[in-house]
Structures are given as C-alpha cells and as structure tokens.
Write a protein that binds this ligand. Sequence first.
Ligand SMILES: [Zn+2]
Ligand SMILES: [Zn+2]
Length: 176
Amino acid sequence: MSPKELTKIDITNEVFKEPIEVIKQLSSYLEDLKYTKVIQTFVMEDRRLNLSLENQGNSYFKGKIVWIGNKKDDSEGTIFCVDTRTELKQINPTAENTENIILDVKRETIRVSTASKTKCAVCGKNIEIFDEVAGCPLCEAKAHKDHFIDWVRMKHACPVCKKSLNVSSSGVVFID
Ligand SMILES: [Zn+2]
Ligand SMILES: [Zn+2]
C-alpha cells in the first residue's frame, strides 16, 4: 500500500514527542500543506487542517488549527492552537488526558480521543485536555501545571514522594 492509500494514521507518538515530528507526518500525507516556522512554532498558512476532540467516538470540540508548537517549558510534547470561530483554545494532549491521536487524511482532521486517566496530585481533580501538565522528576506524580508549581514553590517538595524539589523562574521543576 502506498502512503496515499492509508487514510487513518496514528500520530500519537509524534504528538507526545515534538511538533517537528507531527509536521513531518502531516506533510507526508497531506499534499501542499503550507506552514511557516516562527521560532519553535509552525503557523498553518491556509488553516485547512481541522482538529476534533472526541470522547467515545463523539466529537465535542472542533476547530481549525492555527499553529502547532512546543510546550512553553520545553518539556516533550506538542500544543495545538485551535480557532473555534468564537475563541482560540490551546490543546495539550499528554498521556494523562489522551487515548490516541489519529490523522484522518481524507477529512484533513486530527482526531484526538480524550480520556481523563489521571487525577491532579495537588487538587485531586481530573487532568483534562485543555490543562497544562507538570510532573515530578522523581516519581510518577502528575498535576495541573499551575497547581504543581505553586505547591513546589510553597513546600519545596513533591506532593506525593515528598522529595526535595524546586522551581526555576521559567517554571521548570527540578530536583533540589
Ligand atoms: Zn490540580
Ligand atoms: Zn515525586
């Protein structure tokens, strides 16, 4: 089978890795995808690519992809900025909130199957697809990014393993 005959491509691993890997996949399956690289961000020129958030096969959020970029703290993974016509929303797919990510070549749509699989180690609520995630570098603890950073700033320790942590001015958690 030639690549063009494939219509549904699993790009989960690429999205969890970094934007350039996602762009490579998109470019190889979608003809003439136009984008401009601005520092670490790929801006979609023609905004033809759609993103759909789905839960158990039902779409509950849709929009056009405006840009595909890095996480702000340079941790692994990809952020999608999506225009819903009423607002711009940033989608943060991670292993904590995402089942899989499929490129539907025919419909030029990235389908993100969402699932809240992890609760925030600080507030106990589910980590959702719109939430930025931070984690302890020493254990498996994951939390809403703001919650984790606030906790470490106050307590200088992980809320789960209690080991010594600190946070840089740019919001990167490190072992103290
Ligand atoms: Zn939280
Ligand atoms: Zn920990």
